[in-house]
Write a protein that binds this ligand. Sequence first.
Ligand SMILES: *Cc1c(COP(=O)(O)O)cnc(C)c1O
Length: 378
Amino acid sequence: MKKLHMVDLFGQYKKIKPEIDAAIHSVIDSSAFINGNEVKEFQKNLETYLSVSHVITCGNGTDALQLALMALDLQPGDEVITTAFTFVATVEAISILRLKPVLVDANPETFNIDINQIERAISQKTKAIIPVHLFGQCANMEEIMDIAARHNLYVIEDAAQALGSQYMFSNGLTKKAGVIGHIGCTSFFPSKNLGCFGDGGAVFTNNHELAQKIRCIANHGSKIKYFHETVGINSRLDTIQAAILNVKLKYLDQYNTARGKVADFYDSAFSNIPQLTIPRRRNYSTHIFHQYTLRLNGINRSEFIKYLSEKNIPTMIYYPVPMHLLTAYSSLGYKKGDFPIAEKLSEDVVSLPIHTEITGSSLELIASSVVQFLSNIK
Ligand SMILES: *Cc1c(COP(=O)(O)O)cnc(C)c1O
C-alpha cells in the first residue's frame, strides 16, 4: 500500500517529469528569471483557458486579492463584504489596506457565502463583495452579481480553490470561476488545483482600465521603469513558475476530472450514512473538489481523526476557526454567536485525502476505515 497523503505533488510531477524538467531548464538557459517570455505566454494561455481579456500574474493569491482591492481606489474605512468561513487571506487582504471586512455567514450546505444575508450587511460605506468559491464549487454568482448591480458594488471573486470550475447562469450561459465578477483572483500555491513549485498567483479582469491599473500597481506603481505614478507593490510570478504552469495548465481539466472521480467514489460510499453529510452539489456550478469535505453529525471529530490517523489516513480541518473568532481580527468587534453556521461548520467539518494520484485501493481503505469507525461507536 502506498503511503497516503492529503496531496501527492511528487507523484503528479513524476508523470510529466520530462516536460517539466525541460521547461525549467529552458528558463535557466535563458536566465530571464524575471518577466521572461514564459510569463507572457502563461498569461495568454490562461486568458484563452478562462475566456477573459486580461490575466495579470503576481506573487501569490493573497497579493492577487490585495492588488484587486488596490485597483478600486477605496478609502480607509470603506467596507468590503465577505464570508466568515474562508481561508484567512481573504480577510487579511481587506484589512491590510485599512478597509473594513464585513462578514456574512455561510450556507450550511455549500459552505459558501449565504446570499440571503448579504443585503443586510450592506451600508453606505460598502464598496465591494468578495465571494469565495470554497473547496472548488462556485458561490451563487448570479444572485451576487444582481445584488452588486442593485447596490453599485464591485465583485472580486476569490477563485483560489476553484480554477477550472464552471458557473452556469439560469439563461444557460456558462463562465469559468474568476471571470464572472469585475475582478477575479487565484493562487498557484503547490497544493491548489493548478499549482506551481512555489508561490504564485493571478488576477483576471475583462476591464481594460482595471487591468492596466493592476499591472502598474504590481510593478511598483510604474508603467515606465523609474517613473512611478502610484504607490505600488512588488508582486511577480517567477519565470520558472510560469514555465511549470504552462505545462500543467494543459492537464488542469484532466486533473479536475480525476478529483471529481475521487469525490464520486466518496459520495457513493458515504451517501447513506446518517452521521455523515456529503458535500452538496449545486446545479449552477461544477465542483472541482479542491477539498472533499464531510460534515460529521453527532460524532466526536477528534476521535474520528485519531482513528483514521492510526490507520495512517491523514485528514485536515478546513477551517477550525471562523474569521470572526480569530485573535487577529478581534478588533472587528464580532463575538461568538454572530455567525452560527460558520461556527458550527468549523466544529463539524473534516476533509479527506483528494488528489490526482490517489489509487482505488487507497480509496477503499479510507472508505472502509470510516465505516468501521462508525460501526464501532454504535
Ligand atoms: C490559498 C488561498 C488564498 C491565498 O493564496 P496564497 O497563494 O497562498 O497567497 C486565498 N484565498 C483562498 C480561499 C485560498 O484557498
